[in-house]
Design a protein around this ligand. Structure first.
Ligand SMILES: *Cc1c(COP(=O)(O)O)cnc(C)c1O
Length: 497
C-alpha cells in the first residue's frame, strides 16, 4: 500500500447509514412533489442566478452529498420540462408513470448492460418484446428491439430497408445500390429525413408526397411519383406510412399503402411514434388498419405509454433481414456453450448500440402493475378529451379549429369574427397569447404552422389531464386573446392594461 494513492473504495459511501437516510429523504421529496404536482406551475423560466450556477467549473475535490443534494433541490428539480404536469400538452411528451420511476431506480442499481448475456434483464427485455408484439398483433416470429426513441427506431428500420433492397451494402457501401429512394407524406416527421441523411443517401432521396384534406398521403400521387422516378432511373425502395403525424395526428390510409407496396415490391415502414398505441383501443383500431401488415414499425413507449424517458421499440417482420443489417461476430463477443456468454439472443445484433441500459424493466413493471387495459382506457380518454376540446374550439366565437386528426392532437388559434386583423397581426397575436400562457405556468400547449399560419397545438399524451384542465385552457385562451386585442386597439394605452 502506497499511502498517497487514495482508497478506490471512497467512491462508495463511507457512511452507509447516512447514505440510506439521505436516499430515503430523496424518495420522500420526490413523492411529495408528485402528489402535489397540480399546485406547481406547468413550466417556469429558470432564474438568472440558477442559470449562472450551471457555469461553475469542474469540481476537483469532494463535497458532502447532502450539500450537493441541497443544490439539486434548489436549482434542478424545480425546473423540469413540465410534462409531468396535468396541463402540459406541448410537442409530444409523455407524462411519466410513478411506478416506472421506481423501475428506473432499480435498473440503475442492477447496472446491467443488456446485450447478449444470460441475465434476468435480457430475459425481461425478450419477454417485453413478446408482449409488445402480442399487444400490436404482430407475428411472434418477427424481430424486435427496444431503443432510445422513435428517431432511433426509424433509423434502424430504414437501415434494414436500405440494406435489404441494396447490393451488399455492408461491404460495398451505398455506391453500388442504384439511387435508393424513400417516400412519405409531406407531414412525415423530421426524424425520417434525418435517418435517410445519416444512411448516406442524402435528403433528396426522401420524396415528399402531397396530402389530402385530412393530411393523409395521396396514394394516387405516390403511384405517379414512383412511376416517374423509375422512368428517370431512381430506385424506389421504401414507403413510410404515418400512424399519427406529429403536427395534427393524421393517419395515412395504411391498408392502401400496404396494398400498393405489396404490388410494387416496396418496403413498407410505419412511423407510429405515438399513434400506433391507439391500436390497443378496440374503438380506434380500425383507424390504423394496415399497421399489422408493415415490414417494419417504429413506436415510442415514452409518449403514449406514459413511460419516463427514454424507451421506444422497433419491429422488423423479417428476422433474417433485421439481423443481416446489424449482426457482428468478433471473437470477444462470440457465444460459448455454457455460462453467461451462452445466451442465444443478442440485442446488439438488432441495433446500433452494444452497451444498452435496462429499459425493459419500466415497461415490464408498468404492464405488470397496471395491466394493458388501464393503458387502453387512458389512451381512449385522451382521444375523447381531444375530441371534446376540438368541439369546444369549434363552438367558441373567438377560437378557430385549424386542424385536427382522429386521435389526440388539436391545432387552433384565436380569431374573433369581429376583429379585422391582417394575417401577420393574427399570427403575432397567437404567438403572444401562447407565450403569455406558457409563462403564466397555467398550461403548456406548443405551436406549429398549419397552411403557413401560426397555430397553438395540443397533443394529449397525459394520463393526469382532466376535462376541467382542458376547459381552463379554452377559457384562458379566450381571456388572454381578448386582453391582447384590447391592448392592441388602445395603441398601447396603459389604462386598458
Ligand atoms: C416524436 C416522434 C418521432 C421521434 O421520436 P423520438 O422518441 O423523439 O426520437 C418520430 N415520429 C413521430 C411521428 C413523432 O411524433
Amino acid at each position: 500500500m502506497t499511502p498517497d494513492i487514495p482508497d478506490a473504495s471512497s467512491l462508495d459511501p463511507t457512511d452507509w447509514p447516512a447514505f440510506r437516510r439521505l436516499a430515503h429523504r430523496m424518495i420522500d421529496d420526490v413523492i411529495d412533489g408528485m402528489e402535489a404536482i397540480r399546485d406547481r406551475p406547468a413550466w417556469q423560466p429558470v432564474p438568472k442566478v440558477v442559470r449562472q450556477s450551471f457555469e461553475e467549473p469542474l469540481p476537483r475535490t469532494a463535497r458532502p452529498l447532502p450539500e450537493v443534494y441541497e443544490q439539486v433541490l434548489q436549482t434542478i428539480l424545480p425546473y423540469p420540462r413540465g410534462n409531468v404536469h396535468p396541463r402540459y400538452w406541448g410537442w409530444v411528451n409523455g407524462s411519466g408513470l410513478p411506478v416506472a420511476m421506481l423501475a428506473e431506480f432499480l435498473a440503475a442499481a442492477m447496472n446491467s448492460s443488456v446485450g447478449a448475456f444470460e441475465t434476468a434483464p435480457t430475459m425481461v427485455e425478450a419477454q417485453v418484446l413478446r408482449w409488445l408484439k402480442d399487444m400490436l398483433d404482430w407475428p411472434a416470429d418477427s424481430s424486435a428491439v427496444l431503443t432510445s426513441g422513435c428517431s432511433m427506431s426509424n433509423l434502424i428500420a430504414l437501415t434494414v430497408a436500405r440494406n435489404a433492397r441494396g447490393d451488399d451494402v455492408r461491404r460495398k457501401g451505398v455506391a453500388g445500390s442504384g439511387r435508393p429512394t424513400f417516400y412519405g407524406s409531406s407531414e412525415t416527421h423530421s426524424s425520417i429525413q434525418k435517418a435517410i441523411e445519416i444512411l448516406g443517401l442524402g435528403a433528396a432521396s426522401f420524396r415528399r408526397v402531397p396530402v389530402d384534406d385530412e393530411r393523409r398521403i395521396r396514394v394516387d400521387v405516390l403511384a405517379e411519383m414512383i412511376a416517374g422516378d423509375r422512368a428517370a432511373g431512381l430506385k424506389p425502395v421504401c414507403v413510410i406510412g404515418n400512424a399519427g403525424t406529429v403536427l395534427t395526428g393524421a393517419v395515412d390510409p395504411l391498408d392502401r399503402v400496404a396494398d400498393f407496396c405489396a404490388a410494387e415490391d416496396l418496403w413498407f415502414h410505419v412511423d407510429g411514434a405515438f399513434g400506433a398505441l391507439a391500436w390497443i383501443v378496440p374503438g380506434l383500431k380500425p383507424l390504423l388498419a394496415g399497421l399489422e401488415r408493415a415490414d417494419s414499425l417504429a413506436f415510442d413507449l415514452h409518449k403514449w405509454m406514459y413511460l419516463p424517458y427514454a424507451v421506444a421499440c422497433v419491429f422488423v417482420r423479417d428476422d433474417a433481414a433485421h439481423h443481416a443489417a446489424f449482426a457482428m461476430a468478433p471473437s470477444y463477443l462470440s457465444r460459448l456453450p455454457a455460462g453467461p456468454a451462452s445466451y442465444p439472443v443478442s440485442f446488439p445484433d438488432r441495433s446500433i448500440e452494444l452497451t444498452r441500459p435496462f429499459r425493459a424493466l419500466k415497461v415490464w413493471m408498468a404492464l405488470q402493475t397496471h395491466g394493458l387495459d388501464a393503458f387502453a382506457a387512458a389512451i381512449a380518454r385522451n382521444v375523447a378529451q381531444a375530441r371534446r376540446f376540438a368541439a369546444g374550439v369549434a363552438r367558441s366565437p373567438e377560437l378557430e379549429l385549424s386542424a385536427t386528426g382522429p386521435l389526440n392532437v388539436v391545432c387552433f388559434r384565436f380569431r374573433p369574427a369581429s376583429a379585422a386583423l391582417t394575417p401577420e397581426q393574427e399570427d403575432d397575436l397567437n404567438r403572444n397569447m401562447l407565450m403569455q400562457l406558457q409563462l403564466s405556468g397555467e398550461a403548456v400547449p406548443s405551436h406549429g404552422l398549419v397552411d403557413g399560419r401560426f397555430v397553438l397545438r395540443i397533443a394529449i399524451t397525459n394520463h393526469r389531464t382532466t376535462d376541467a384542465d382542458l376547459d381552463l385552457l379554452l377559457n384562458r385562451c379566450g381571456e388572454i386573446g381578448r386582453t391582447l386585442m384590447a391592448g392592441a386597439s388602445a395603441g398601447g394605452d396603459r389604462r386598458t392594461a
